[in-house]
Write a protein that binds this ligand. Sequence first.
Ligand SMILES: CC(=O)SCCNC(=O)CCNC(=O)[C@H](O)C(C)(C)COP(=O)(O)OP(=O)(O)OC[C@H]1O[C@@H](n2cnc3c(N)ncnc32)[C@H](O)[C@@H]1OP(=O)(O)O
Ligand SMILES: N[C@@H](CCO)C(=O)O
Length: 355
Amino acid sequence: MGHRQFLAVDRPLRLEAGGVLPGYQLAYETWGTLNSDASNAVLVEHALTGDSHAAGPAGPGHPSPGWWDGLIGPGRALDTDELFVVVPNVLGGCQGTTGPASPDPDGKPWGSRFPRVTVRDQALAEAALADALGVERWALVLGGSMGGMRALEWAVTLPGRVEALLVVASTAAASAEQIAWASPQLHAIRADPAWRGGDYYDAAPGEGPHRGLGIARRIAHVTYRSEPELTDRFGRRRQAPGDARYAIESYLDHHADKLVRRFDANSYLLLTESMNDHDVGRDRGGVGEALSRVTARTLVAGVDSDRLYPSYQARDLAAALPGSGEAAVISSPYGHDSFLIETPQIAGLVKALLD
Ligand SMILES: CC(=O)SCCNC(=O)CCNC(=O)[C@H](O)C(C)(C)COP(=O)(O)OP(=O)(O)OC[C@H]1O[C@@H](n2cnc3c(N)ncnc32)[C@H](O)[C@@H]1OP(=O)(O)O
Ligand SMILES: N[C@@H](CCO)C(=O)O
């Protein structure tokens, strides 16, 4: 429990954009025990640079403690004395699940040949994990940001398999603004000469497209926080005497340095484009029509200071989801990243939905 496991899926996955993956591996972690009628399983979906390690301390293969540790564990909102909590790493990612850095059937890294993957494909890929674990119907599927997109796709694509749904700081379809913020990030990586068209896996250690990925993370990280928070925390301060950088620049450098040490640039591109492509209404007669398929008990929450996924998107989503009440508001100065920081508020939402 709480250590990384792997599921090998040996059948082809036909992808929405037309490609095929001949097979794939999913990395996942679980906490708690599946009960005899498999009615206590919860699926937790991570965001862009998250992974399967949602709970527990740092350890081998996990440089950081679980990203929703405050939520998952004995006596916590996702009480692992009662619930069986499952967290897969997303398809196309780089933390154990098949992605561009993984070997193709000939044993060479996929690199530029890895097919385009949508959020819908990612949810369907995870259905194989539910099957393998013996979970026909999740008691709850939840996630924030990109994880919220995946949770929503589960509830629309496989409505009979989702009893309750919690979507935090996310949207039914990526907006022009969200695609706009992603655009310079994609360009930054592709403009890095070390990216080499996506086939850089033979580069010496430290010589991959780290500059491009670091620039992408700096741009993204600004959008993850709020303007008042940055003003309060950093203002116009310089980082240190003799350091020409402003403190905010040093902060962004730090987050860029941390990401390039743990994340693959091609996965960043792929996942960013899957978020750009996210639209639950695609080929389903539009967003309203798609959301009308959802049978789960639902709760949607937005963050009042989120400039990347503004809270009106949560309100619109809640209004269009059958049976969902008004969107909940997470009140926080921390912007989009509040879904990772304000765990007591998320815990309240989980409890409200489960009770
Ligand atoms: C679900 C998932 O998908 S995400 C997986 C986890 N997410 C991430 O790692 C994303 C990147 N990190 C983050 O977004 C945030 O750190 C969060 C959301 C995880 C936590 O937010 P907070 O607790 O508010 O952390 P904050 O953004 O202030 O960052 C703290 C770090 O910045 C560093 N820092 C703060 N000020 C400065 C500065 N002026 N110069 C350099 N570094 C600085 C701190 O030392 C600390 O470093 P550490 O994380 O290596 O210990
Ligand atoms: N900090 C989060 C934000 C994206 O939603 C991440 O890196 O996954």
